[in-house]
Design a protein around this ligand. Structure first.
Ligand code: SER
Length: 314
C-alpha cells in the first residue's frame, strides 16, 4: 500500500499537491507535515508537526505511519535565501540529506524532491535552455538545488534510491501565497490588480522568466511519480516548462479583464537574480520520456486566477 509523507506540506506547492495526492492515494494515506499548521482544507487530513532538519523526528513519523514515499518540498527560496545564506544552505541541504538517508536506510519506494530553474546561471544559454548545459548558479538557493541534483543522482546510482525530480519554473497559484521567491511577483500582481487596481513590480517590464500554473505543476509532479521507473532516464532533475512571459505581458493579460489596471516598475535586488535565470526552457526530455504536456497558457491562467480570487472575495 502507498503511504505518503509530504514535508513542507503547508507551503504554496504543498497545500495543493497534498490535496491532489490525497485524492489519488486516499485521504488517510497521505500525511502532511510542516513546521506550522496549514489551511483548513489541508488540516482535515492527517498532519504531523516536523522541522525538516530534525532527522529523528522524520524517522519517528516514517515508522509511525509506515511511510513508503516522501515528497520533500521544504526549502528556503531564492530571494529569502540571500538574506541568510548559511541558514538556507543548512536547511535546504540538511533536510534533503535526511530524506535521502532515510530512503536508503528504510528502503522507501520513491522520493520526490523539487529542483528549480535557479540551477542555471549567468553563463547558461538564456533561450530554450537545454537539459544539459553550463550551470553556474549564483544564488545560495540555486547552489543548493544544483548540489541537491547531484546528490539525488548519486543516491540513485549508488544505493538504488528511486528519487525523481523536476526543475520547476516560477509556480503561480493563488490559493496559498508563496514566500521569498523571485517569481512571486506573478502571484502578487493578481491580488493587487483586484484589491488596488495597480501594482509596483520589483522586476523590469521586459524580464522574461519561465513560469507554470499550479495545476500544471501538480500534474507534472504526479505524472513523473506515476511513470514506470524505466521511463525515468534523468535522475538529477528534468527541465519542465509551460509558459514564459514578462511583467509587461502578464499586465496586458490582466488588462483584458481589468482595463483600468496599472503597472509600474521599480526593480530591486531580485532583478539581478532574474537576469541570471533563463527566459525559456527546453523540456523535450520530459515530453519524450514520460509524456509531459502542459495545459495552461498565460490568458487561460489569468482567467482562472481572477475568477478564483473573486470567488474567494479577495
Ligand atoms: N520560484 C522560485 C524562486 O523564485 C524559483 O524556483 O525562488
Amino acid at each position: 500500500m502507498t503511504r505518503v509523507l509530504v514535508i513542507g506540506a503547508c507551503g504554496q506547492l504543498g497545500s495543493e499537491l497534498t490535496l491532489a495526492l490525497r485524492k489519488l492515494h486516499g485521504e488517510n494515506n497521505v500525511i502532511a507535515s510542516d513546521i506550522r499548521e496549514g489551511n483548513i482544507e489541508l488540516m482535515k487530513g492527517p498532519f504531523e508537526t516536523l522541522n525538516a532538519m530534525d532527522k529523528e523526528g522524520m524517522v519517528r513519523i516514517v515508522k509511525k505511519h509506515n511511510i513508503t514515499q516522501i515528497y520533500h518540498l521544504a526549502a528556503v527560496l531564492s530571494a529569502k535565501g540571500e538574506e541568510n545564506p548559511g541558514f538556507a544552505w543548512e536547511l535546504n541541504m540538511g533536510s534533503l540529506s535526511n530524506v535521502l538517508e532515510i530512503a536508503k536506510e528504510y528502503n522507501l519506494d520513491k522520493i520526490y524532491w523539487p529542483s528549480s530553474i535557479a540551477v542555471f546561471g549567468p553563463n547558461t544559454p538564456v533561450d530554450n535552455t537545454p537539459q544539459q548545459c553550463i550551470m553556474d548558479p549564483n544564488t545560495v538557493y540555486g547552489i543548493t538545488k544544483q548540489s541537491g541534483e547531484r546528490w539525488c543522482e548519486y543516491y540513485f546510482n549508488h544505493y538504488g534510491v528511486d528519487v525523481r525530480s523536476l526543475r520547476y519554473p516560477g509556480l503561480i497559484g493563488y490559493k496559498t501565497l508563496p514566500g521569498g521567491g523571485t517569481t512571486d511577483y506573478a502571484v502578487d500582481i493578481y491580488y493587487k490588480a483586484l484589491q488596488e487596481g495597480e501594482f509596483e513590480c520589483f522586476l523590469s517590464a521586459n524580464s522574461a522568466l519561465p513560469m507554470m500554473y499550479m495545476d500544471d505543476a501538480v500534474k507534472a509532479t504526479i505524472d513523473l511519480m506515476q511513470a514506470t521507473p524505466n521511463d525515468i532516464k534523468i535522475r538529477s532533475s528534468y527541465n519542465v516548462s509551460a509558459i514564459s512571459f514578462t511583467p509587461a505581458e502578464i499586465a496586458a493579460s490582466i488588462k483584458k479583464h481589468l482595463p483600468e489596471f496599472k503597472i509600474t516598475y521599480k526593480p530591486d535586488f531580485r532583478q539581478k537574480i532574474a537576469d541570471s535565470w533563463p527566459n525559456s526552457i527546453n523540456d523535450s526530455a520530459a515530453r519524450t520520456d514520460w509524456g509531459w504536456h502542459h495545459q495552461f497558457d498565460l490568458d487561460k491562467m489569468t482567467e482562472e486566477i481572477l475568477k478564483g480570487l473573486k470567488n474567494m472575495k479577495i
